[in-house]
Design a protein around this ligand. Structure first.
Ligand SMILES: NC(=O)c1ccc[n+]([C@@H]2O[C@H](COP(=O)([O-])OP(=O)(O)OC[C@H]3O[C@@H](n4cnc5c(N)ncnc54)[C@H](O)[C@@H]3O)[C@@H](O)[C@H]2O)c1
Length: 433
């Protein structure tokens, strides 16, 4: 028997950042609701999980196993540094064609971003002025809490989920004096410690304090600190992060297992990207790229582990680059050159060239992460939701206890399916289908 609370009433989805990813996500949901587009790529809308075994087995969609919010229940809200509404932003981002936006123009125009909690030192290349005036970081958090309360009331929402799909902030290294306990984190907010408290931390704190799960779609440190784990435990709220696993890292986490499973060697893996959207512009700044680089580099280490197979994986050279190249806009090209070796050490090469669309890949992840975080909250799960690692480039894990994150795509998929099974009152298992 499923112990999940039923998904009744409206689900407020409040998104930080109303740029390419968010407007593509919102437009797709609104179009799907009207039957004018298909939510392709969203596991919550398509995937089927086997429950039972042998003659009793059946394959069910997630909402046949557990109570899920439907697309019709969703109400969107957003914050952004720029004042354009979701329609104007969707047009400006040039991800979708106007013919795929115009049928939901009225609904998109009503999504007007609230003023952002922003600090230019965390994203130097952004120039917008739709920004809150804040006395200090604590005041910033208080204002965001008020936004969430007002939005919930004005839209008659039963529940809220907050998703970060805003620009990548500059890298904030974990500082034990500030980020390890909730008391220290709150003290730093009150002392207006601008260096250690990123605006994203104010959003996360505000969400959790208001009883909303928080998802980090960029590689920012934000909820990946013990103080936020403590906050999630105190408020009994789920958190998930970091960084949507969309294009190149999806390929990497699905392809590296081929090399590892077949016991081939790896000499090097060079990944480079060209992209020309605003995300690319922000990531052209070295301090912002550093955050992304740390996230992208972490994938291979836990799949092809030198300590476990010294003959095969010692000292492989792993390099990741992102190059801002305006003509491509959102249509990113991700190249991978993989130098492997086989029998008696003989070298071979594999080349992968993924001509992808960044926001088209990210939009279904937004939907899945939002709906599954809402599910987790109704199931009474709190803290880091490891079953959502499947959707994330740099899955959160307890590094204070040397926990190793799971990056292997198919192990992550098993974790996802088992969590759905368990929440639905079925037994977890390790079979492959
Ligand atoms: N598309 C992908 O494949 C992908 C994959 C992984 C992660 N991401 C991450 O998702 C995020 C969004 O990507 P995008 O292409 O939509 O970028 P984008 O630049 O189009 O949109 C981001 C928006 O966030 C706003 N913003 C920045 N700081 C803010 C703040 N403090 N408060 C409110 N709004 C703020 C910006 O003004 C901008 O409009 C980026 O961090 C990106 O790295 C994207």
């Amino acid at each position: 028997m499923s112990k999940v609370k039923k998904a009744e009433g409206k689900l407020g989805v409040m998104v930080v950042g109303l740029g390419a990813v968010t407007t593509t996500f919102m437009t797709g949901v609104l179009m799907a609701r009207k039957g004018l587009a298909k939510p392709v790529g969203a596991m919550t809308q398509y995937d089927k999980v086997r429950v039972g075994k042998g003659a009793d087995k059946k394959y069910l969609k997630y909402d046949e196993i557990v109570s899920m919010a439907s697309l019709d229940d969703i109400v969107f809200g957003a914050w952004d540094v720029y004042p354009e509404n979701a329609y104007e932003s969707a047009i400006n981002c040039e991800v979708l064609k106007e013919k795929d936006i115009n049928p939901v123009k009225d609904e998109l125009e009503k999504i007007v971003p609230m003023k952002a909690a922003f600090d230019k030192n965390f994203a130097k290349r952004l120039e917008g002025n739709n920004v809150k005036e804040c006395k200090d970081r604590w005041d910033m958090t208080e204002q965001l809490r008020e936004d969430i309360r007002n939005f919930k009331k004005e839209n008659g929402c039963d529940r809220i989920v907050v998703l970060w799909a805003a620009s990548t902030e500059v890298y904030v290294p974990v500082n034990e004096k500030v980020h390890y306990t909730l008391a220290d984190l709150e003290a730093a907010m009150k002392a207006d410690d601008k260096e250690n408290i990123a605006p994203s931390m104010c959003y996360a704190y505000a969400a959790l304090a208001e009883g909303a799960p928080f998802i980090m779609g960029a590689p920012n440190t934000t909820v990946d600190i013990p103080a936020m784990w403590e906050m999630a435990e105190k408020t009994k709220m789920p958190i998930a992060g970091k960084d949507f696993k969309t294009g190149q890292t999806l390929v990497k986490s699905g392809f590296a297992p081929i090399i590892g499973t077949r016991c081939l060697g790896l000499a090097g893996w060079f990944s480079t990207n060209i992209l020309g959207n605003r995300d690319g512009l922000v990531l052209d700044e070295p301090a912002n790229f550093r955050t992304k680089e740390v996230s992208k580099l972490s994938t291979l280490e836990s799949i092809l582990v030198p300590e476990e197979q010294p003959d095969l994986y010692t000292d492989y050279y792993h390099k990741v680059r992102i190059n801002y190249y305006p003509p491509r806009n959102d249509n990113k090209e991700g190249w991978d050159n993989i130098d492997i070796f086989g029998w008696m050490g003989y070298p071979m090469q594999i080349k992968i060239d993924f001509l992808c669309r960044d926001s088209i890949l990210a939009a279904p992840l937004c939907l899945d992460l939002v709906l599954l975080s809402d599910l987790a909250a109704r199931a009474g799960r709190w803290g880091t939701q490891r079953f959502l690692s499947f959707f994330l480039k740099s899955p959160m894990h307890d590094y204070t206890k040397n926990e190793v994150p799971v990056n292997h795509l198919f192990q992550q998929y098993a974790m996802l399916k088992n969590a759905i099974r368990e929440m639905g009152g079925y037994e977890a298992d390790q079979e492959l289908d």
